[in-house]
Design a protein around this ligand. Structure first.
Ligand code: NCD
Ligand code: ZN
Length: 346
């Protein structure tokens, strides 16, 4: 069995850094292991204009240690008032790497999201023209649709029609959680890809309710049945270039999670690479780990893979991680995969 793995430095194609003191506490969890990460724009208020993205990028860079080579890639939060000219300007200036579509109300801090996708048609057309990718939170928000069906219904009623209306638009289904999503992505040979999170490869919906309610396993899209998790694992380890890592590392302080109405989000940045090596080893697919974490996303986004490397070592004893990260606003619980991890970043 391989005891050491050297990979090009990975990219995280979906991360939440937040802002201020929480950002200061969580940034190193990603920056220490990743070459770069696509930073989600759902701050309060959201990052909607090029100027907002420049200011947010500067705040991130200001918190990185001076010798850090980590590069944040920025996104804009699409609203029904977004200007196509501003998006184009931000893309051409190299400020943004993608635009993020949140259906209004679908998830944490998504109130300013899109209610009617036909209202953003001009922006989407411009993005297709200039080759700027659209990241999509793929869930309908209709309260009559069962929470476990919201992704599948979204594909049929929103995503597929939107893609047909905007040929050439490069789309990423963020944090895909269902077999339906995997099959939809596999059915298209171009302009469609998906990110998969660390936790959705390791937990199914039973974990959320094991012996009681487990708020730290609650995220959106919510974890689904076991057969969906297995479909995600098969896609992730297959080497198929349409699937790549987006951790969706989404820190919330414990007080906000362990509450009568707890926030959605799993904070997995610090142990993500250990978890992924564990999953790929279980699937006898360690040879494809580099494709999933370092190559496929870069290739879909048209970004060069990192020239730097990272080495993972397999140790006999279980790796221990801090279960909490401290911030000025309170502790943040780190994802617990509920199994021993043996791979560690050297
Ligand atoms: C994310 C967050 O907390 O910002 N929460 C989550 O459960 N994934 C938002 C998101 O990506 O949906
Ligand atoms: Zn997210």
């Amino acid at each position: 069995m391989a005891a050491e793995l050297t990979l090009r430095r990975p990219f995280d194609w979906h991360v939440h850094f937040r802002d201020g003191s929480v950002m200061r506490a969580v940034l190193s969890g990603t920056a220490e292991h990743f070459a770069s990460a696509l930073v989600m724009p759902n701050l309060v208020p959201p990052v909607v204009t090029m100027d907002d993205a420049v200011a947010y990028r500067d705040r991130i860079n200001a918190y990185l240690p001076p010798n850090s080579e980590f590069e944040p890639m920025m996104t804009l939060y699409l609203t029904e008032a977004t200007s196509a000219d501003d998006v184009e300007k931000a893309a051409k200036a190299g400020v943004i790497t993608a635009v993020k579509l949140y259906p209004a109300g679908a998830t944490t801090n998504s109130d300013s999201g899109v209610r009617d996708t036909t209202k953003v048609a001009a922006v989407l057309e411009r993005m297709a023209e200039i080759g700027l990718p659209l990241c999509v939170h793929g869930e309908v928000t209709d309260p009559d649709i069962d929470i476990f069906d919201r992704e599948a219904v979204f594909i049929e009623t929103v995503l597929d029609p939107l893609r047909r209306r905007t040929p050439g638009l490069r789309v990423i289904m963020e944090h895909v959680t269902t077999e339906d999503g995997v099959k939809y992505v596999q059915s298209e040979s171009e302009n469609l890809a998906a990110t998969i999170t660390t936790h959705h490869l390791m937990i199914n919906r039973n974990h959320i309710f094991k012996g009681g309610i487990r708020p730290h396993y609650y995220c959106l899209p919510i974890a689904k049945r076991e057969h969906h998790r297995l479909a995600l694992r098969a896609a992730a380890v297959s080497g198929d270039g349409r699937f790549f890592l987006g951790t969706d590392s989404a820190p919330h302080v414990d007080g906000a999670k362990e509450s009568a109405c707890g926030c959605a989000g799993v904070y997995n940045a610090p142990n993500t690479l250990s978890c992924l090596a564990h999953v790929f080893e279980e699937e006898s697919a360690l040879d494809n780990l580099e494709a999933f974490v370092s190559m496929n996303g870069a290739s879909y986004y048209g970004v060069s893979p990192s020239e730097k490397t990272i080495t993972l070592k397999r140790q006999g004893t279980a790796v221990s991680y801090k279960s909490k990260v401290k911030t000025e606003e309170g502790d943040i619980t780190v994802f617990d995969p509920e199994c021993d991890l043996h791979w560690v970043v050297a």
